[in-house]
Design a binder for this molecule. Structure first.
Ligand SMILES: Nc1nc2c(c(=O)[nH]1)N[C@H]1C(S)=C(S)[C@@H](COP(=O)(O)OP(=O)(O)OC[C@H]3O[C@@H](n4cnc5c(N)ncnc54)[C@H](O)[C@@H]3O)O[C@H]1N2
Ligand code: MOO
Length: 395
């Protein structure tokens, strides 16, 4: 029997294995880069703004009032210099401020009579200086962060047409189990497959591209091996399987991995629930994440092993753990780490009910898992680490 590896060490081991196998950067058009990982720091190609820019609709004037109107600058026009005191141009928000401008007066603060403008500029200048946000060549974002709509917008502002990105890891999902129903109400020994419909969404939110899904796969060794081969043929770099991680009469994952020549990166983890989880590597370099069949344990394995592995494979840092103050005692699990589902009330973490490893009711009502380390008890009022469940944002 293999000895389980400590939970924190398991996260680090799979992250390191994923990082060592991460594919190199590829150029991706901006609009297609959402959710990928920035492969190089974002360095601005221009001053931001690239030219002095009016932040109001009004008059760009030179010298003391009154100012004779000599032209107009709309956003998008190149501005001619203002060469003479006592002159101004009408200017729109976003318009390039002419060289020689000494003040900008808002339209609502001005009076125009016979082609001449008078008015008071505001105390704070109503234009943005060239380079006030960033100077050309300045590093604005580090490598290894997820590309979000905000990052894409910033990159466009800086003059980029494409971004150097790590591609999204290609993932497959194989759901094992003869007892699984894919539609209708469970009963008479059959349960609904809770993982086939939910895990692809989870994988996508975690930054993976799901290239292959199969299930329920029949509980025979032959079918398990064939299903794994199918996922390899579909080009998956990471094959997630559910169920069959133990050594019962119809648990075939370990023998299937042996038949394919896989090597374990991590084989069982000292965490409750979910300890039979594993990550193995196939001779072709693909990873297999073996997630236990009990549905809450499946999610424990996702946050414990699959998230760090995906982070490594996509050139991101090991996901950091948050912290939270416990609003009630949370029991430890002896020598094992306890991942305890919690919800937040008044900024404190409270354990939820219905947290059996076969249940999802507690999980669906939680924000994450409080981490109770081996040999410890979670005491009300103390600070614990926390693994968040994925929300609408990619993590
Ligand atoms: N003799 C022992 N038996 C078990 C132990 C043990 O220590 N000694 N550990 C238990 C623990 S802990 C877990 S976790 C499970 C892991 O089992 P498997 O990964 O082999 O999964 P299965 O046996 O295939 O299924 C377990 C359970 O989960 C249900 N299941 C499976 N897939 C799904 C799905 N897609 N949707 C909903 N429910 C699913 C399945 O029907 C079983 O009830 O082993 C324990 N046994
Ligand atoms: O891994 Mo099992 O109980 O811990 O579901």
């Amino acid at each position: 029997m293999t000895l389980p590896i400590a939970w924190a060490a398991a996260r680090e081991a799979v992250f390191a294995a994923g990082s060592a196998a991460a594919p190199g950067p590829v150029p991706v058009p901006l609009a297609a880069s959402d959710g990928l990982t920035l492969a190089a720091p974002l360095v601005t190609l221009t001053d931001l703004p690239a030219f002095p820019t009016s932040s109001v609709d009004g008059w760009a004037a030179r010298g003391p009032a009154p100012w004779r109107i000599v032209g107009r600058v709309l956003a998008g026009n190149r501005a001619e210099p203002l060469d003479e005191d006592g002159t101004c141009v009408e200017i729109a928000t976003g318009g390039m401020v002419p060289r020689g401008t000494t003040a900008i007066v808002r339209v609502e603060d001005s009076t125009t009579t016979d082609g001449a403008v008078t008015g008071e500029p505001r105390r704070l200048p109503d234009w943005r200086r060239q380079g006030e946000e960033a100077a050309a060549g300045e590093e604005l974002l580090p490598a290894g962060i997820p590309v979000t709509p905000g990052v894409i917008g910033l990159a466009a502002s800086c003059g980029y047409d494409e971004l150097s990105c790590r591609p999204a890891p290609r993932a497959a999902l194989l759901v094992f189990g003869d007892e699984l129903l894919t539609a209708g109400t469970p009963g008479a020994g059959r349960v609904r497959d809770a993982l086939g419909p939910s895990l692809p969404s989870w994988l996508r939110r975690a930054g993976a591209q799901v290239v292959h899904e199969r299930g329920p796969v029949a509980d025979t060794l032959e079918d398990h091996v064939a299903a794994l081969r199918g996922a390899i043929d579909a080009g998956a770099q990471l094959i997630c399987t559910t169920g069959g991680t133990m050594h019962g009469p119809v648990d075939h994952l370990h023998p299937a991995l042996a038949e394919l020549g896989a090597q374990y990166v991590v084989n069982t983890v000292a965490v409750r629930p979910g300890f039979p989880m594993l990550v193995a590597r196939l001779p072709g370099g693909q990873f297999v994440a073996g997630l236990p069949g009990n549905p809450q344990s499946t999610f424990v394995a996702l946050v414990s092993l699959v998230l760090p592995l995906l982070a490594g494979l996509s050139g991101r840092p090991l996901p950091t753990l948050g912290t939270v103050t416990l609003g009630a005692d949370v029991p430890g699990r002896g020598d094992f780490t306890h991942l305890a589902l919690v919800t937040l009330a008044g900024g404190r973490a409270l354990p939820v009910a219905h947290v059996g490893s076969a249940m999802l009711r507690g999980l669906a009502n939680s924000v994450g898992f409080a981490v109770i380390p081996p040999g410890a008890e979670g005491r009300e009022g103390t600070v614990a680490q926390m693994v968040p469940l994925l929300d609408g944002e990619r993590s």
